[in-house]
Design a protein around this ligand. Structure first.
Ligand SMILES: [Zn+2]
Length: 252
């Protein structure tokens, strides 16, 4: 790692994170992600460029809107910081390369999906459906995944999660998983290849079950409480992207 590159990547990550915040807020609301410019969610006052500097503005304004003084959700700061840190991880793993760009696009897409799913319990088709061909091409031409592996990744990803969804519905009697999760698994398979899917599913299910049990104990919720599955699949995919080969080698 070269320090200067690490700094550049961190700043790039924070700037992209700021854009991801806009996507997370506007995509489920069917608003344009380009116009109008950023506005305070409370008073709709347009945010000046000097109040829209990633990470710094939030700290400088102490998380409040300059115009109406209402608190701005800490999620904005968190996502900028998270994206910046994930950019650093991606640089650490792939260096400055096309693979870095492809992997970072993948991680950024999963951050958007995760936070939309947590807030709205949906995974927008307009992200995942174009994502499947885009990440298939990136996997084959940039990441060196054989075309057959990426193609089978889509097929097996969609089929496996469809079966999980049907099974889940049968044992809990509720529709816990939607079409969004099924398509998301296809997108993950496209980029990582079908061999990654079992790892992604098991890691996602394990973390999801652990979080679900903690929430049930803390809040007294029943099994019927729908834990959005998208974030855990996404987390499993990111773990595989960075450490998958090392972990799989441990067990084989
Ligand atoms: Zn305001």
């Amino acid at each position: 790692m070269v320090l200067w590159w690490a700094i550049v990547v961190f700043i790039l990550g924070a700037v992209v994170g700021s854009f991801l915040n806009v996507c997370i807020h506007r995509l489920p609301r069917e608003e344009s992600i380009v116009f109008p410019s950023s506005r305070c969610p409370h008073c709709r006052h347009a945010i000046a460029w000097y109040d829209n500097i990633p990470l710094f503005s939030y700290i400088f304004l102490r998380g409040r809107c300059r115009s109406c003084q209402e608190t701005i959700s800490g999620r904005y700061f968190f996502i900028e910081a998270l994206t910046a840190v994930m950019a650093l991880f991606t640089y650490w793993k792939f260096g400055i390369s096309l693979a870095f760009l492809a992997a970072f696009l993948f991680v950024a897409t999963l951050i958007v999906i995760t936070f939309i799913d947590i807030e709205h319990q949906i995974i927008p088709h307009k992200i995942v459906l174009p994502g499947i061909p885009v990440f298939l091409l990136a996997a084959v031409f940039i990441m060196g995944i054989p075309l057959i592996d990426a193609f089978l990744g889509i097929m097996i990803g969609i089929a496996s999660l469809y079966l999980v969804a049907v099974y889940y519905e049968q044992i809990t009697g509720t529709e816990g998983m939607g079409g969004g999760d099924v398509n998301l698994m296809g997108m993950l398979g496209a980029f990582l290849g079908w061999k990654a899917l079992l790892f992604v599913l098991m890691t996602g299910a394990f973390i999801g079950a652990a979080v679900g049990i903690i929430m049930m104990i803390k809040e007294g919720k029943t099994m019927k409480y729908a834990v959005p599955f998208g974030p855990f699949l996404s987390l499993g995919a990111v773990v595989y992207l960075f450490w998958g080969r090392a972990i799989v080698n441990c067990f084989s």
